[in-house]
Design a protein around this ligand. Structure first.
Ligand SMILES: Cc1cc2nc3c(=O)[nH]c(=O)nc-3n(C[C@H](O)[C@H](O)[C@H](O)COP(=O)(O)OP(=O)(O)OC[C@H]3O[C@@H](n4cnc5c(N)ncnc54)[C@H](O)[C@@H]3O)c2cc1C
Length: 427
C-alpha cells in the first residue's frame, strides 16, 4: 500500500555530493533523507581515484583523519605511451603529505560506505536499495519524490543522482546525456602487496602515487590513470564513446590492450584483478553545466550538474561534488524562505569557487578531446625521447634539427602551431 512521509530535505543519491550535503543539513538539525538505488552505497560508484582533502575539511575540520582513504599522494606522474615505449614525468614532493596531505588515493566502495555511515552519525536517515522514479511537482514547485508506490514530501529536493541524472532531466534543467558530453570510464583494481607497490613505485611505506597516462588507447580520444592504494593499484581509462564507436572497437578490448602495454605490465604483471567496473564521467566541462541549476523546490549538485574538471593531468569530480553538496546545504540552512534556496545555492557555488573553477577550465575539453592528443603527440614525444637517448657512435644529428624533423614527420608544423596556440589560449 502506498505510504507518505515528510522531511525537510530529500537528497537523491549517496555519492560524495549527496552525502556531503546530508552531513551539513543533518548537523544543522534539518530532517534529512538520503535515498540511493544501490543495495550497498558506493557499490556501483567508480572513481580512479583520488580525493582532494580540502573538500573533506570543509565538511568538518579533521575529517580526512577519519575517512576511509588509501595513501597520501607524494608522487604526481604523467606518463606518455607510444605502442612500445613510455616517457614519464615524475614530480616527487613529500611535503604534499605533510600536515594535512593535499590528496589521498581512494577506493570508492569503501569511501562511500564510510561517508554514508558518517552522515547517519550526524543524524541523516539513509535508505539504500530504493530507486527514485519521479519528482512530485505541484503548481510548478517540486514538493517531493516518488519511489515505487511510496511518496515522500520535502521542502527541498537535492538531485545528487550522478552523471545521468534522471531527476535533473525530469525537472527540465538538462537534456539526456549525449555521447559528446561524457567519457566512459573503465577501471580495474589489481591486488599487490604493499611492499611490492612501494618498491615498484619508489615510495616510502604508506606513501602513494597518482599517475595520468596519455596514449596507449589505440588512437581513441581519452586517457588513462593509475593510482596506488594500500594493497592494490587502480588502473583505468576514460574514453570518448564516439571515438570508440568510430574505430569499431570494444571498450573492454581497448582497456585490455592498454593494460598489456610493456611499461604498465612491468608495474602490474603478477597482480590479481579483484574488481572491474565501468561508469560515465561528465567531460564537457563548463559547457556541460546546465544553464539553470535549480527550480522551485529543487537544486542539482555534483555530476548531475556537470561539475567535473579534466585537464588530462588532473581529474576533479569528487571535490567539486562535495563542494556543491555543501553549497546546497548552506543554501537550505540560510534561506529565509523555500523560494530563496535556489538563488542562495547559486551564490554559494560562486563563494565556494565551484563556478569560477568550472569557468576557468572552460577551454580544456577542446585540448583533451583533440584526437592528436591520444596518439600523434604521445608517439611524437616518445620518438623525440628515443632520439635524445640513443647513442650509436655516428655523429649525432643536431638536437633542434632532429626535434623539428620528428615534429614534421608526426604532426606537421602547421598543426603543431595551431594546437599550441589553441592550447595556450585555452589555459
Ligand atoms: C573511471 C572514473 C575515474 C574517476 N576518477 C576520479 C578521480 O580520481 N578523482 C575525482 O575527483 N573524480 C574522479 N571521477 C569523477 C567522480 O567519480 C565523480 O565526479 C563523482 O563521483 C561525482 O559524485 P556525485 O555524488 O555527484 O555522483 P555519484 O558518485 O555518481 O553518485 C550518484 C549516486 O546517485 C545514485 N542514484 C542515481 N540515480 C538514482 C536514483 N534514481 N535514485 C536513487 N539513487 C540514485 C547512485 O547509485 C549513486 O550512488 C572519476 C570518474 C570515473 C567514471
Amino acid at each position: 500500500m502506498a505510504e507518505t512521509y515528510r522531511f525537510d530535505v530529500i537528497v537523491i543519491g549517496a555519492g560524495p555530493a549527496g552525502i556531503a550535503c546530508a552531513c551539513k543539513l543533518a548537523k544543522a538539525g534539518k530532517k534529512t533523507l538520503v535515498i540511493d538505488r544501490a543495495k550497498q552505497v558506493g557499490g556501483k560508484n567508480l572513481t580512479g581515484g583520488r580525493v582532494y582533502t580540502y573538500a573533506l575539511e570543509l565538511v568538518e575540520p579533521g575529517l580526512h583523519k577519519k575517512a576511509a582513504l588509501e595513501r597520501p599522494v607524494v608522487r604526481e606522474q604523467v606518463m606518455v605511451l607510444s605502442d612500445t615505449s613510455a616517457m614519464s614525468v615524475d614530480y616527487y614532493n613529500p611535503e604534499l603529505a605533510e600536515d594535512i596531505p593535499q590528496s589521498y588515493t581512494v577506493l570508492r566502495g569503501n569511501f562511500d560506505d564510510w561517508f554514508a555511515a558518517y552522515a547517519e552519525q550526524q543524524g541523516a536517515v539513509l535508505v539504500d536499495g530504493i530507486r527514485v522514479d519521479d519528482l512530485v511537482i505541484e503548481n510548478g514547485q517540486v514538493v517531493g519524490i516518488r519511489a515505487g508506490d511510496d511518496v515522500v514530501y520535502a521542502d527541498t529536493v537535492v538531485a545528487a543522482d550522478g552523471v545521468n541524472s534522471l531527476v535533473a532531466q525530469q525537472a527540465g534543467l538538462r537534456n539526456q546525456v549525449s555521447s559528446h558530453s561524457v567519457g566512459v570510464g573503465v577501471k580495474e583494481t589489481i591486488a599487490l602487496p604493499a611492499a611490492a607497490i612501494e618498491r615498484r613505485f619508489n615510495l616510502n611505506p604508506g606513501q602513494g602515487v597518482a599517475r595520468t597516462i596519455l596514449g596507449g588507447t589505440q588512437g581513441i580520444i581519452g586517457g588513462g590513470f593509475l593510482y596506488t592504494n594500500k594493497e592494490s593499484v587502480s588502473l583505468g581509462v576514460v574514453l570518448n564513446p564516439d571515438s570508440v564507436a568510430e574505430k569499431g572497437l570494444r571498450l573492454y578490448d581497448v582497456f585490455q590492450e592498454f593494460k598489456m602495454h610493456p611499461a604498465l605490465q612491468a608495474l602490474l604483471g603478477d597482480g590479481e584483478t579483484i574488481e572491474y567496473g565501468a561508469h560515465l564521467v561528465p567531460e564537457a566541462g563548463w559547457r556541460g553545466v546546465p544553464q539553470r541549476l535549480y527550480r522551485p523546490g529543487l537544486v542539482v549538485v555534483g555530476d548531475a550538474a556537470g561539475f567535473v574538471v579534466n585537464t588530462g593531468t588532473i581529474l576533479r569530480g569528487i571535490d567539486l561534488a562535495i563542494l556543491s553538496g555543501i553549497a546546497a546545504a548552506q543554501a537550505v540552512i540560510t534561506a529565509a524562505a523555500p523560494e530563496a534556496v535556489g538563488p542562495a545555492y547559486q551564490k554559494e557555488l560562486e563563494r565556494l569557487n565551484v563556478i569560477p573553477t568550472m569557468r576557468l577550465y572552460a577551454g580544456w575539453p577542446e585540448i583533451t578531446q583533440n584526437p592528436r592528443m591520444a596518439s600523434t603527440y604521445p608517439t611524437m614525444m616518445n620518438a623525440m625521447a628515443g632520439q635524445m637517448f640513443t647513442v650509436s657512435g655516428d655523429v649525432p644529428e643536431k638536437i633542434n634539427t632532429a626535434m623539428l624533423r620528428i615534429a614534421k614527420q608526426h604532426v606537421g608544423i602547421k598543426n603543431l602551431l595551431a594546437d599550441g596556440w589553441k592550447g595556450f589560449r585555452a589555459i
